[in-house]
Design a protein around this ligand. Structure first.
Ligand SMILES: [Zn+2]
Length: 509
């Protein structure tokens, strides 16, 4: 690791051409300009290996319910908003676990204020939706509905839908939501990527990208208006990539690299597939795909040149995905050539830790989930928390892990992610949670820099401050390796550079 760096660094045509170490700040010289950061420390550009750019754009420009403390507060926000998609109110971010009364809401309160306009509100984890009767009617969901495979429609004692849809049941309504206009799509992508640069990010691995948005990213990448690099992983659960005849594509600012599957749901909505029942409910969670189908779909993706990224939260889901990946490796899809990733890897049975490394499988993890989920995870998992969010155990077993945030569910601020990796202190808490899984500062920085690029196959050109490497930089006012541990979270992002051009600065210059 050759960072953080102080001294003079020069970039030409987007690559590093020289670096001369010297203590006392940084000077960055590019063809365009020269900037001094007298108290700055230079890092390779931070990369978020799992996030949702379009979701962030929707959050920044739409109805966001993340900070609500009750269903009533959500209603207050909706009442001040205008419909977002034609006559529909589409919002996101509610989380009943944070409410004064931590219970799932129902359609009645929505119906009271929105008897005519359809309302569709996705939960913060994206694995449940809260809808009103108008939306249910459009989707033809009536009493005693049939649950779709991998999803459930909540009903009351009389068999009437309550307005809560879990996992695959969400699509029954979602497919009727009118899409955004071209201008709205561009606005969302631009505002989200600018926010990323302000969070210290120079690259994002963008997950579950709908093929319909790719032309917009491509246009912006070619016009030079994307402030960060975007590596896209296209939705594939329903063969979206294949229907659209997409193929992988490599570019400087946009790389359409992989396809994305879901093995299970999320822990909060008890959709994560567990080996043993939940500690607070008689369920094992939900598989969203079976092993044979995942194997067939992943194999055909690999044959078309895609990287494979599969969401796995529960220990049963992680094991199933590793089994499928093992089968693929055994059939000759070698780790030197074919990238296989597990997204989240939140609960991994200790007997599976070593398989990530032995199979050459990368894990994209989100330390911020760990500190925001801690209380909920205690209820769902009890003693299994010991092997949950097992970052240190994965590292000790040789796994390459990439850091990330899963924004917009959580903030994408890279400093918050580093702090969560290193200190593991839950929101509203003061002690490390499952402290045996804290990781060192060095490993935390690697997960956001050097190692992050293994997950997309770009480690040969990004993630170090070496000559010929891409001139992607994050400038902080803090030496993360040496500052007092409790001050890591206070580090300020002074600037971000992508391809040798300053894309964000906190200075008024
Ligand atoms: Zn995600």
């Amino acid at each position: 690791m050759n960072f953080p760096f102080q001294g003079t660094i020069t970039a030409e045509r987007g690559r590093i051409t020289s670096q001369i170490p010297q203590s006392g700040g940084i000077t960055i010289i590019t063809e365009r300009d020269t900037h001094h950061y007298p108290n700055g420390w230079l890092y390779p550009g931070f990369t978020d290996t799992h996030a949702h750019i379009f979701g962030l754009g929707a959050r920044l420009n739409g109805i966001a319910l993340y900070h609500c403390k009750s269903a009533e507060e959500c209603i207050d926000i909706l009442l001040t908003a205008s419909p977002t998609n034609d006559s529909w109110y589409v919002g996101m971010g509610w989380n009943q676990e944070l409410w004064n009364k931590p219970e799932f809401p129902d359609k009645k309160i929505l119906d009271k204020y929105f008897p005519n306009n359809p309302v569709y509100l996705s939960r913060a984890d994206g694995h449940a939706a809260w809808v009103n009767s108008a939306a249910l009617a459009i989707a033809n969901i009536h009493s005693y509905p049939t649950n779709p495979h991998g999803g459930s429609i909540s009903i009351d004692e009389d068999g009437n839908p309550t307005g809560i849809l879990i996992d695959n049941a969400m699509d029954l309504v979602k497919k009727y939501i009118p899409s955004f206009s071209d201008a709205e799509i561009q606005k969302r992508i631009l505002s989200a990527t600018k926010q990323c640069a302000a969070w210290g990010l120079t690259e994002v691995h963008d997950m579950d990208v709908h093929p319909r948005y790719l032309p917009f990213f491509r246009e912006m990448a070619e016009a030079g208006t994307l402030p960060i690099r975007v590596i896209s992983y296209v939705s594939a659960q329903n063969d979206e990539w294949d229907i659209e005849n997409l193929l992988p594509a490599v570019g400087e600012f946009l790389q359409v690299a992989g396809i994305k599957f879901y093995a299970d749901g999320a822990l909060g909505s008890r959709g994560a597939a567990l080996l043993e029942q939940y500690s607070d409910a008689k369920t094992l969670g939900l598989f969203l795909i079976d092993a044979e189908t995942l194997y067939q779909k992943a194999k055909s993706g690999l044959d078309s040149g895609w990287q494979i990224a599969t969401h796995a939260i529960g220990d049963a889901a992680n094991r199933m995905v590793l089994d499928v990946y093992e089968r693929l490796r055994n059939e000759g899809y070698k780790k030197e050539e074919y990238i296989l990733r597990v997204e989240h890897a939140q609960i991994v049975h200790p007997s599976d830790y070593a398989r990530f490394n032995s199979l050459g499988v990368f894990a994209a993890v989100q330390p911020i989930h760990c500190i925001s989920d801690a209380t909920m995870a205690e209820q769902r998992l009890a003693e299994r928390c010991f092997y949950s969010y097992p970052y240190n155990s994965l590292l000790k077993n040789g796994t390459i892990i990439g850091g990330g945030s899963d924004f917009p569910i959580e903030s994408g601020n890279s400093i918050a992610g580093l702090d969560a990796f290193i200190r593991r202190i839950p929101f509203n808490g003061s002690n490390s949670w499952q402290s045996h899984e804290k990781i060192s500062r060095r490993e935390a920085l690697r997960a956001y820099t050097t190692h992050a690029h293994y997950l997309s196959g770009n480690e040969y050109r990004r993630g170090l401050l070496d000559t010929k490497f891409d001139a992607d930089f994050t400038v902080l006012d803090t030496n993360i390796l040496e500052c007092a541990e409790e001050t890591i979270a206070d580090a300020q992002i002074l600037a971000t550079y992508t391809a040798g051009v300053r894309r964000f600065s906190n200075q008024l210059l």
